[in-house]
Design a protein around this ligand. Structure first.
Ligand SMILES: [Zn+2]
Ligand SMILES: [Zn+2]
Length: 163
């Protein structure tokens, strides 16, 4: 019996395949490969274009990318499916395009974004979590997810504005 332990990337790929199959979506090589690569490379707060660029430069199929390219449509569609499968979270933190990050296996967290330099800082806040769950519950809603984004100025940018 093989004692091979499934890596996180392999697990993401397996769960994604199960999700796609379960929902009657096509289980394509490119979709599964993309899921595995995103979990291997673990980009933080990336938009779709940045993920496409990352896969082109650092993905395991970079050598074959020109022969078997990933279309923009495939990237956007796969990201969307990965969000629905619970593998990624999607957030619009600023006026820019939606940003994605790995959700499966990570602690639920929130973001602070600096209006000056665009730096994104993550934080965990159970107090807020409790509050929104209560807000939903007392209106008879079933809580699914919530997101807190703080827009502000990081200490560095705050100092510059003052000077
Ligand atoms: Zn800043
Ligand atoms: Zn984050």
């Amino acid at each position: 019996m093989s004692a091979k332990v499934e890596t996180e990337a392999e697990r993401a790929r397996r769960l994604f395949a199960e999700y796609l199959r379960g929902k009657g979506h096509h289980v394509t090589k490119k979709r599964l490969f993309m899921a595995e690569e995103i979990f291997r490379l673990k980009p933080r707060h990336f938009d779709a274009e940045a993920i496409l660029e990352l896969l082109r430069r650092e993905g395991r199929w970079r050598e074959e990318f020109d022969r078997f390219p990933l279309s923009r449509a495939t990237v956007y569609r796969t990201l969307d499916l990965m969000v629905r499968a619970g593998l990624l979270s999607k957030s619009t933190m600023d006026e820019g395009p939606a940003r994605y990050e790995v959700k499966l296996g990570r602690q639920h967290h929130h973001h602070m974004i600096c209006e000056g330099c665009g730096e994104i800082v993550e934080f965990v806040d159970w107090g807020h979590e409790h509050l929104v769950r209560q807000a939903a519950a007392c209106r008879g809603w079933q809580f699914v997810d919530s997101e807190l984004i703080i827009h502000g100025l990081c200490p560095r940018c705050k100092g510059q504005r003052r000077g």
